[in-house]
Ligand binder design. Structure first.
Ligand code: FES
Ligand SMILES: [Fe+2]
Length: 450
């Protein structure tokens, strides 16, 4: 007899809410020098980053053969290019003649041409082959063409991102991402548009970023506005620490938690645009906000298709809640029903006391809608407008109302971590993802150079 529950479902499914078993954590201290010592930073570069899957850009930046993006990580630059065969490949952005950086643009197109090194003119095709050199007959050791090709590394695409890994023996991307890719497939991020692209250079170590996104203990103080719209208290959230080193936090949204002491006006004001879009009357919940979340879920379910959304792969919780995933060691996906805040802290190539922090907002536009109010960014976004890359120092460029508050804290935290008066962390259980993160860092750093 076939049980309907056992019938495999094709395509992406709602995110399972199963709690991951708690891993064992060490009691090694998280010392301040991890954040500023050049020796520790050198170990991270030698042993950690070359083994990690990293993101070079968005697939929709390179739709045609010959389109390319570059991404600088540490002392390396990675060149990702779509070949004539439509495959995306990742190469070290290094000319194989005498080492000049081959491409300096962040994004571009060969448009039928070749990469030509600015130093002595060697030319490489979009599949990395060295096609032409000046004075080919002068190479007594034999022509370098077809031989001194660009150095390729493993690469892949998932969720509309271009990924690469410097480890030639890296495990496949999906396996590495386990179980995150399975969980997030349903958001169809490959259809999302990058509507904000901001890079902040700040005076803090890159791990301050990931530490911060690995806990929600700071929300009432750094982001007091969240109290009226989500249940940020740890008792209402679930934290999962996966074997792969990645973590998850599920935080109920669509209304405040029981600890909220404010009035309904605050909540209604924060959700005003959302309520308007969903034609939702919140008044019946004024006296008791606890029913708001489920009512909002039902409303979105009822009106989803009419508003241009396909919510068939979402659970009801995904329609209101915050699903936050930290990808080891430096990326976060903060999922919203209509988008994703994508966050990354990249170490500065030479100074561990500086970080290159990226915030991308990816918007899921409803079908047929070209102008949309993003509640997360508190901003109107347009599907026809390709986000420009904004770069600046902390405080000069904005990552949106919530993330700017985090950036401000990293500067002051780093200053404190550097102090002789810092004695190491002392954390509540709800911050255990940070402990797990540092335990995993130690594991990789201890492996030695790749
Ligand atoms: S270093 Fe590139 S052609 Fe000489
Ligand atoms: Fe925060």
């Amino acid at each position: 007899m076939t049980d309907i529950l056992e019938t495999p479902v094709a395509g992406p499914r709602p995110i399972p809410r199963t709690k991951a078993p708690e891993p064992e954590l060490t009691d090694n201290p998280i010392s301040g020098d991890r954040y500023y010592s050049k020796e520790f930073a050198a170990k991270e570069w030698d042993s950690l980053f070359p083994r990690m899957w990293q993101v070079a850009g968005r697939v929709d930046q390179i739709p045609e053969p010959g389109d390319y993006v570059t991404y600088e990580i540490g002392r390396d630059s990675v060149l990702c290019v779509r070949g004539e065969d439509t495959k995306v490949r990742a190469f070290y952005n290094v000319c194989q003649h005498r080492g000049n950086r081959l491409v300096t643009a962040e994004v571009g197109s060969l448009a039928g041409g070749e990469f030509q090194c600015a130093y002595h003119g060697w030319r490489f095709g979009d599949e990395g082959r060295l096609n032409w050199v000046p004075d080919e007959e002068d190479f007594v050791q034999g022509s370098p063409c077809g031989k001194r090709n660009l150095i390729e590394m493993p690469s892949d695409t998932w969720a509309g991102f271009i990924w690469f890994n410097m480890d030639p023996d890296a495990k496949p991307l999906r396996e590495w991402l386990d179980p995150v890719a399975d969980h997030l497939d349903g958001y169809r991020m490959e259809n999302m548009k990058r509507t904000h692209w901001v890079t902040v250079v700040g005076d803090f170590n890159w791990k301050c970023v990931q530490d911060n996104f690995n806990e929600s203990y700071h929300l009432p103080f750094v982001h007091p506005q969240t109290l009226s719209t989500m249940n940020e208290h740890h008792s209402g959230c679930q934290f999962d620490l996966y074997e792969s080193g990645h973590c998850r936090m599920m935080m109920p949204g669509g209304g405040p938690g029981p600890q909220f002491r404010g009035n309904a006006d605050r909540t209604f004001k924060s959700f005003a645009q959302d309520f308007e879009f969903w034609e939702f009357d919140a008044e019946p919940y004024r006296e008791d906000l606890s029913g708001l979340r489920v009512a909002l879920q039902q409303r979105k379910r009822e009106l989803g298709a009419a508003k241009g959304y396909d919510f068939s792969s979402y659970s009801d919780e995904q329609l209101t809640d915050h699903y936050h995933y930290t990808i080891f060691p430096n990326i976060s996906f903060s999922m919203k029903p209509d988008g994703c805040i994508w966050l990354r802290g990249t170490p500065h190539p030479t100074d561990p006391e500086k970080c290159i922090f990226d915030m991308w907002y990816l918007t899921q536009f409803p079908e047929g809608v070209s102008e949309y109010y993003s509640n997360s960014m508190k901003d109107f976004v347009s599907i026809d407008y390709q986000a420009e890359h904004e770069t600046g120092l902390a405080g000069e460029v904005s990552c949106g109302p919530g993330i700017d508050q985090d950036v401000a804290i990293w500067n002051t935290q780093h200053a404190g971590l550097r102090s002789r008066g810092y004695r190491g962390e002392y954390m509540p259980l709800q911050e255990r993802r940070i402990k797990y993160y540092h335990d995993n860092l130690d594991r990789y750093v201890g492996m030695g150079p790749l």
